[in-house]
Design a protein around this ligand. Structure first.
Ligand code: FE2
Length: 306
């Protein structure tokens, strides 16, 4: 067993490398491994977002942050987060070692589990994020999971993935199956990106953010809501499912929903579009769908546990 170095810094954590090498996707949070620098990152990230959140976050998020009672001084323990979260909506943060293939990710959501990264970015490069970290997942996503309607939206995304899986299961021609599945995963991923990750919503006080990519980004949150060159439009399904995106830069385009009831209706409609074959041929372009994503949809269902 290789020695495990201290620290759970993004891309530098031996504990994570070992888990990935051993093929362990679901892991525990080895809290004792967090270094003082890791806690320092959390402190800085959490404190500098306070004013941004008050100004630009939607009210459901602000209520969620309050109800989760985060400790501003150290990286949260997932078990503490879940103690506050689970009674509200049944959702739980579940530690993972890195990228979760598309079906597995959505399947977790359908079970009210949220795959959660446990590493944290370096304290001297707070704006450089080579991959999602615990600040993005816990401070950006999880406060939204305290809202019952938003939690239902995530579950509906999970249902959509199950629908897509059923639709391709009987296709014998491998090429046809591959093409349709790629298209359906793209549509789902795009819809998720432009809502759960980068969504805006109308509120009584004007347009506010509910997307977690924005709520965990010091620079992009204000940019999305104040930069005159940014495009902000009422959400349109036809557009979103055909719209590519580039995650290396600040987003030039955002879509606005009226409420989480509105968003829920849209995800419902997304499922109907999937079932009717309407999403079998969406516009090419980002995101790329890799083999792991494909295979996750083609694997046999794990039998229900007795
Ligand atoms: Fe995210």
């Amino acid at each position: 067993m290789p020695e495990v170095a201290a620290g759970l810094t993004t891309t530098e954590a031996a504990f994570i490398e070992n888990a990935q090498r051993d093929g362990r996707m679901y892991i525990h949070q080895p809290y004792e491994l967090y270094s003082e620098e890791n806690h320092e990152s959390w402190r800085k990230l959490f404190s500098r977002m306070q004013a941004q959140w008050r100004q630009y976050a939607n009210p459901h998020f602000l209520k969620g942050i309050d109800s989760l009672c985060f400790d501003a001084s150290q990286v949260p323990r997932l078990e503490d987060v879940n103690r506050f979260l689970q009674p509200l909506t049944g959702f739980q943060a579940k530690a993972v070692s890195g990228y979760v293939p598309a079906f597995d990710f959505f399947d977790c959501l359908s079970r009210r589990e949220f795959p959660t990264t446990i590493t944290i970015r370096r304290s001297d490069r707070l704006d450089y994020l080579p991959e999602p970290d615990i600040f993005h997942d816990i401070a950006g996503h999880v406060p939204m999971h305290t809202d019952p309607k938003f939690a239902d939206v995530l579950v509906r995304f999970g249902n959509c993935a199950h629908t897509a899986k059923r639709l391709v299961a009987d296709i014998k021609d491998e090429k046809v199956r591959q093409q349709r599945l790629t298209s359906m995963i793209k549509a789902l991923a795009r819809f998720f990106w432009f809502t759960v990750e980068f969504g805006l919503m109308n509120t009584r006080d004007g347009v506010r953010a509910y997307g977690s990519g924005l709520l965990s980004s010091y620079g992009e949150l204000a940019y999305a809501l104040t930069e005159p060159r940014v495009q902000r439009y009422p959400i349109q399904m036809e557009w979103v499912v055909n719209q590519g995106f580039d995650y290396h830069h600040y987003q030039p385009l955002f879509f606005i929903v009226d409420s989480f009831e509105h968003l829920f209706q849209l995800v419902d409609e997304l499922e109907r579009w999937l079932a009717s074959g309407k999403l079998e041929n969406v516009a090419p372009g980002a995101p790329d769908i890799n083999d792991a994503d494909h295979n996750s949809f083609l694997r046999a269902e794990t039998p229900a546990q007795a």
